[in-house]
Design a protein around this ligand. Structure first.
Ligand SMILES: [Mg+2]
Length: 394
C-alpha cells in the first residue's frame, strides 16, 4: 500500500542565541542579545534568547531599545561563521534520518519522512529521536512539525515553540488551524493580509470557505497558491516534486537564505551575497563544474521578490569572480532602498571544468580556492573564509 506523504519541518529555537549559550554555558538561562554593539548607534538585535524574548526583546529591535528594556542583558556580537558551521552539522545529522533533506534557511530543514513511522514505531517517536539527538549533539533545541506538505509542516512546527512538536494529519488541519490569523501563514505578508482582510478573510477557516475562482479573480497566481494552502488535501500530489533529486547531476547549483530579520543596507546585502557566492563556488568546485550564467534572487518581506540573471559567456567556478558577477547583477536589479528578507544565488549554464586559464592571476586564485576547499573539507566548512564574510558580524 502506498503510504501517505509526510514532511517533517524542524526549526531551531532562537538559533543564534542558543548556539552562543551552548558554546558558553555562563550565558545559559540569561537574557542574551546577539547583535551589534550597544554603544553603536543603528545596530540591531540579530537574535534574542528565549529569556530575553520573554521580556519583550526580539530580533529587528535596536540594541539601544533592547538595553533599555533589560539593562542587565548579556550581549555577544553575531558570528555568522559559527552559526553556518553548526547549521551544516545539523544538516549532516538529519541526513542520517532521510536521504531527502532540504535546507530552507540557516536554522530550518525539511525532511521527507514518508513511511519512517514503521522504523521508529510512530512519527511521534521519530520526531522525539531527532530532537533528543540534536539536544545531545549540540545542546540546543528545535521545534518540529510533521504534516502532509512543506507549508503545513512549517506551520505545525511554529505552533508550540520552543522545544515543541506538533503532528498534524490531513484530517486535523482544518480544526488545528481554524483560528490561525492569515498573517501567520508563511508567505502571507502585510500587503496580502490587508487585501484579504478587505474581503473579510481574517483566519484560516475564512480562507477555507473561499472558492478557487474568487482567489484566481482577485489575486491571480498568488491566489492559486493561497487556495492550495487552504485546501491541502486537494494538492498532496503536487508536493512530490518539491524535493530535488538527490543524486542526479545538477543542472544548477544554488544557495539561498532566509534571514532572521529584514536587511536594508547595501553593505549587508553585499556581505550575504559574498557568503552565498562562496558557498556556490565551493560546491561547483566540488562537482568539478563551472558556470556561465548567474542568477540573483532577492525576496522582500512576504512573497514578493525581484530576480535577474545574466549570461557572462566565460565560465568560472571562482567565488571571487562569481561575487563580482553578483554585484554587476545587483546594480541592474534596481534593488536599492528595499527591505530584503531572503536572498539566493544560483549558478546555471554549467559545464565540466576544463582547467584552462586565460590569465595568470586566475590560476593563482584557483590554487587559493583549492587550498581553501581542502582545509574546509577537513575541518568543516567555514574554517577559512574571506574577510568580507566577517563583515556580516556588523
Ligand atoms: Mg528558528
Amino acid at each position: 500500500m502506498k503510504h501517505e506523504r509526510k514532511i517533517l519541518h524542524i526549526d531551531m529555537d532562537a538559533f543564534f542565541a542558543s548556539v552562543e549559550q551552548a558554546v558558553n554555558p555562563r550565558l545559559k538561562g540569561k537574557p542574551l542579545i546577539v547583535g551589534g554593539r550597544a554603544d553603536k548607534r543603528r545596530s540591531v538585535v540579530c537574535a534574542a534568547s528565549y529569556e530575553a524574548k520573554r521580556l519583550g526583546i526580539d530580533s529587528g529591535m535596536s540594541t539601544q531599545e533592547a538595553f533599555r528594556i533589560c539593562p542587565y542583558a548579556e550581549f555577544v556580537a553575531a558570528d555568522s561563521a559559527k552559526y553556518l558551521y553548526v547549521s551544516k552539522q545539523i544538516g549532516n545529522l538529519l541526513h542520517n534520518y532521510s536521504p531527502q533533506v532540504e535546507q530552507a534557511s540557516v536554522d530550518e530543514f525539511y525532511l521527507d519522512v514518508s513511511g519512517l513511522d514503521k522504523s521508529y514505531g510512530s512519527y511521534l517517536e521519530l520526531g522525539m529521536d531527532i530532537k533528543n539527538n540534536i539536544k545531545s549533539s549540540f545542546d540546543i533545541t528545535g521545534s518540529i512539525g510533521i504534516s502532509v506538505n512543506r507549508l503545513m509542516s512549517k506551520i505545525a512546527s511554529s505552533l508550540k515553540k520552543p522545544d515543541g512538536m506538533v503532528i498534524m494529519d490531513i484530517g486535523d488541519i482544518a480544526c488545528f488551524l481554524k483560528d490561525l490569523p492569515v498573517e501567520k501563514i508563511p508567505g502571507i505578508g502585510r500587503h496580502l493580509t490587508e487585501r484579504l482582510n478587505n474581503y473579510s478573510i481574517f483566519s484560516y477557516s475564512d480562507m477555507r470557505r473561499i472558492p478557487e475562482d474568487f482567489y484566481a479573480d482577485k489575486f491571480g497566481k498568488v491566489g492559486l497558491w493561497m487556495f492550495a494552502a487552504a485546501n491541502p488535501s486537494l494538492f498532496m500530489e503536487d508536493d512530490i516534486h518539491w524535493f530535488h533529486e538527490v543524486d542526479a547531476a545538477p543542472k544548477s547549483v544554488g544557495h539561498s537564505y532566509t534571514l532572521p530579520r529584514n536587511i536594508y543596507a547595501r553593505h549587508e546585502v553585499e556581505a550575504w551575497l559574498r557568503l552565498l557566492c562562496e558557498m556556490v563556488g565551493s560546491r561547483l568546485r566540488r562537482y568539478k563544474l563551472e558556470s556561465s550564467i548567474l542568477h540573483i534572487y532577492l525576496r522582500k518581506p512576504g512573497l514578493e521578490f525581484v530576480s535577474k540573471e545574466k549570461n557572462f559567456k566565460e565560465f568560472t567556478n571562482d567565488s571571487a569572480a562569481l561575487f563580482l558577477r553578483a554585484l554587476f547583477i545587483l546594480d541592474k536589479l534596481k534593488a536599492r532602498n528595499i527591505q530584503i528578507r531572503a536572498l539566493g544565488v544560483t549558478a546555471r549554464g554549467l559545464g565540466a571544468y576544463t582547467g584552462s586559464f586565460l590569465f595568470a592571476d586566475q590560476k593563482k586564485r584557483k590554487q587559493l580556492s583549492n587550498a581553501q576547499d581542502d582545509i574546509n573539507q577537513r575541518y568543516g566548512d567555514w574554517t577559512l573564509h574571506p574577510a568580507s564574510i566577517l563583515s556580516i558580524r556588523e
